[in-house]
Design a protein around this ligand. Structure first.
Ligand code: GDP
Ligand code: IMO
Ligand code: MG
Length: 422
């Protein structure tokens, strides 16, 4: 049995927090796509952790964490993540298993990302510059280097050939990128040795056998549905399938083993990086969301753009993923607003529509809002839904009616304990 947990917006919905909260119910937590462009934040016992590649179940004794074949791993960042966790005495050899089929991010992939973005000027994607796009390009171009390859004797020759090609490509971009490849390579090869101290597995076989013996799996998504390479706001997307189907290809689990599809969304909307965002706010409301919600990228520290909840986009994400239960995050951030807007339709080239069109650029789309009453109460200390103000209950019920999926968890703060089940 596999449950999926996915972000339904443009990432940073609070996936890390909820995976941590739910891990006690599962035997295995498995990341299925993305790489260290992700930043998943967990808070408990007064400490805050940001994970990039390591699944968010790592702090729990009961669960094994798997990095699936669909993930791209930067050994250098991965090593730092392990070092940051060293004080927790986690038995990584047993608790953190890596798919041999996961692809490696090389130092030159990161440089290529930087060169590509620099060459785009104003049209840049706003990438996290972690080498994600170039690594997935080499994967689909059938040139990539996989984790399992590092166990072969000739892998460094293959590395060299690919890195040489990348250097020629970087030159082609003809942009000013300063780097010392020798230094980057020393760091990289050292980090690969650390990676090799962990357990490599054939994760599709591991997960198949685990299911046969009755183990439960939670698949942890990265990014969000609107950053999906196929269904997101292309080309302002990431380079993997962040939607439900990505869990099948990114872990090798069969579609008919998937039970719950848990969709995580913020009570408002944020986006970091470039690309269309119809409900974006440039006024005091947006600034307040950013300030109260502490909306800064967990990976890059960039301020996140903020706006009202967009139900047209959210419905689309629910539909594409087949979401069976929803979790609403950061409800506490909206406390204090007199009124709240929820986008329920778009004016698209003069017509009212309720589906997400091909092109949601500003010149085509104006959001149509339904105004709702706000609430003043501080939610952060609440522990049951019976303490919720009426306006919050109305907000939740309105969303459930529109989305036709129950909201099972309302999150009222970043800490593990600030999680209310409905
Ligand atoms: P992820 O990438 O989906 O795991 O999300 P991020 O960790 O990038 O961003 C979510 C941010 O919101 C983190 O700083 C969390 O600590 C924080 N957070 C999560 N849930 C809540 C919540 O209910 N209320 C508030 N105020 N912060 C939250
Ligand atoms: P988590 O898992 C928010 C965004 C980048 C950029 C675009 C492409 O923490 O939700 P890339 O580095 O993939 O080339 O960037 O996608 N992006 C994210 N935004 N959360 C993330 O991950 C993101 N990962 C990538 O800002 O706009
Ligand atoms: Mg994040």
């Amino acid at each position: 049995m596999v449950d999926l947990l996915l972000g339904l917006q443009w990432g940073d919905e609070g996936k890390g927090k909820i995976v941590d909260v739910l891990t006690k119910n599962y035997d295995i937590i498995a990341r299925f796509q993305g790489g260290p462009n992700a930043g998943h934040t967990l808070e408990f016992d007064g400490i805050k952790h940001v994970l990039h590649t390591i699944p968010s179940g790592i702090f729990h004794e009961n669960a094994v964490n798997v990095v699936g074949n669909g993930v791209v791993i930067d050994p250098v960042i991965f090593k730092k993540e392990l070092e940051n966790l060293s004080k927790f005495n986690i038995d990584f050899k047993k608790k953190l298993l890596i798919s041999r089929k996961a692809h490696l991010i090389l130092p030159t992939h990161r440089l290529l990302d930087a060169a590509s973005e620099a060459s785009k000027g104003k049209a840049k994607i706003g990438s996290t510059l972690k080498g994600i796009g170039p690594t997935y390009m080499d994967k689909t171009g059938r040139n990539g280097i996989r984790v399992g390859d590092t166990e072969l004797t000739d892998w460094k020759d293959r590395y060299r050939a690919l890195a040489n090609k990348h250097e020629a490509m970087i030159d082609f971009y003809n942009v000013d990128i300063q780097y010392d490849l020798k230094e980057l390579e020393t760091e990289f090869f050292k980090a690969v040795e650390t990676l090799k101290e962990l357990t490599f597995i054939d994760s599709e076989e591991y997960l198949y056998q685990a299911q046969k013996t009755g183990k439960s799996i939670l698949a942890e998504g990265a990014q969000g549905s609107l950053l999906d390479i196929d269904f997101g706001t292309y080309p302002y997307v990431t380079s993997s399938n962040t939607t439900a189907a990505g869990a099948c290809t990114g872990l090798g689990v069969a579609p008919n083993t998937i039970k719950e599809v848990i969709g995580i969304f913020k009570a408002y909307a944020t986006r970091v990086g470039s690309g269309p965002f119809p409900t974006e706010l440039f006024d005091e409301y947006g600034k307040t969301m950013g300030r109260v919600g502490n909306e800064f990228g967990a990976t890059t520290g960039r301020p996140r753009r903020c706006g009202w909840l967009d139900l047209v986009a959210l419905k689309y994400a629910v539909q594409v993923n087949g979401v069976t239960q929803l979790m609403m995050m950061k409800g506490d951030v909206l406390s204090g607003f007199d009124t709240l807007n929820v986008c329920t339709a778009y004016n698209y080239k003069g017509k009212t529509i309720t589906h997400l069109p091909y092109n949601i650029e500003e010149e085509n789309v104006t959001p149509i809002y339904t105004e709702m009453a706000g609430w003043k109460e501080d939610l952060t200390k609440m522990t049951t839904t019976s303490q919720f103000p009426k306006a919050l209950n109305d907000y939740i019920q309105f969303l459930e009616k529109e989305l036709e999926v129950p909201i099972k968890i309302v999150s009222v703060g970043p800490d593990r304990t600030q999680t209310i089940h409905r």
